[in-house]
Design a protein around this ligand. Structure first.
Ligand code: S3P
Length: 170
C-alpha cells in the first residue's frame, strides 16, 4: 500500500494534519524535518547556518531515498521546499500519494508570524514579500508533485483530515 505524503508551503499545517490523518487511519507518522534533525543531532536552523541551504537540500533528498526502504505504510509530512528538486518529485512518485495542502498567502502569513526564527528561509526578510516570492516560485512544483490538491481555507486539521480521507475514497 502507498504512503500518504503531505506537501505544501511552510505554515500550511502539514505536520498537524499528518498527525491527525495518521490517527484517523491508524498509521505511523513521520516528518522529514524531524528525520533530518534526528540524524544530524542538530536543528535545521543550525544546518542552514553552518552548512548552507544546498547541504540541507541534499539531506532532504537522502531522507526520501531512505524512506523508500521502509516497508510499513505511513503518513509522511515534508519540509516545504521538498518538491522543488526534480529528483525529489520523482522519488515522491515512487513513495506514495502526494497531497498538496494549498493555502492563501494571508492564511500562511498569519500562521508564520510566530516562529520565523525557526525557519531560515524566512528569517531576515520582510515576511509578506518573502512568502509571496517563494510561493510563486514553488507553486508549479507543488502542483506538479500533487496527486490530490486540498484547498485548506480556514479548516482545522480534523476537518482537513476528514476531507482527505473522503477524497481518497472516491
Ligand atoms: C523549508 C521548510 C521547513 C524546513 C526548512 C526549509 C522550506 O519545513 O524544511 O526550514 O524551504 O520551505 P516546514 O515547511 O515544515 O516549515
Amino acid at each position: 500500500m502507498k504512503n500518504l505524503i503531505l506537501e505544501g508551503f511552510m505554515g500550511c499545517g502539514k505536520s498537524r494534519v499528518a498527525r491527525q490523518l495518521a490517527l484517523d487511519l491508524a498509521l505511523k507518522v513521520i516528518d522529514t524535518d524531524d528525520l533530518i534533525e534526528e540524524e544530524q543531532g542538530r536543528k535545521i536552523s543550525n544546518i542552514f547556518e553552518k552548512d548552507g541551504e544546498e547541504a540541507f537540500r541534499d539531506m532532504e533528498t537522502q531522507a526520501l531515498r531512505n524512506l523508500l526502504s521502509d516497508r510499513e505504510r505511513q503518513v509522511i509530512s515534508l519540509g516545504g521546499g521538498m518538491p522543488v528538486r526534480e529528483e525529489n518529485r520523482r522519488l515522491l512518485k515512487e513513495l506514495g500519494t502526494v497531497i498538496y495542502l494549498k493555502a492563501d498567502v494571508d492564511v500562511l502569513i498569519m500562521r508564520l508570524e510566530k516562529g520565523v526564527e525557526k525557519r531560515p528561509m524566512l528569517a531576515g526578510h520582510d515576511l509578506r514579500d518573502r512568502v509571496r516570492e517563494l510561493l510563486s516560485a514553488r507553486e508549479m512544483f507543488y502542483d506538479a508533485a500533487a496527486d490530490l490538491v486540498i484547498d485548506i481555507g480556514q479548516d482545522d486539521p480534523q476537518t482537513i483530515s476528514e476531507r482527505i480521507i473522503k477524497e481518497l475514497g472516491k
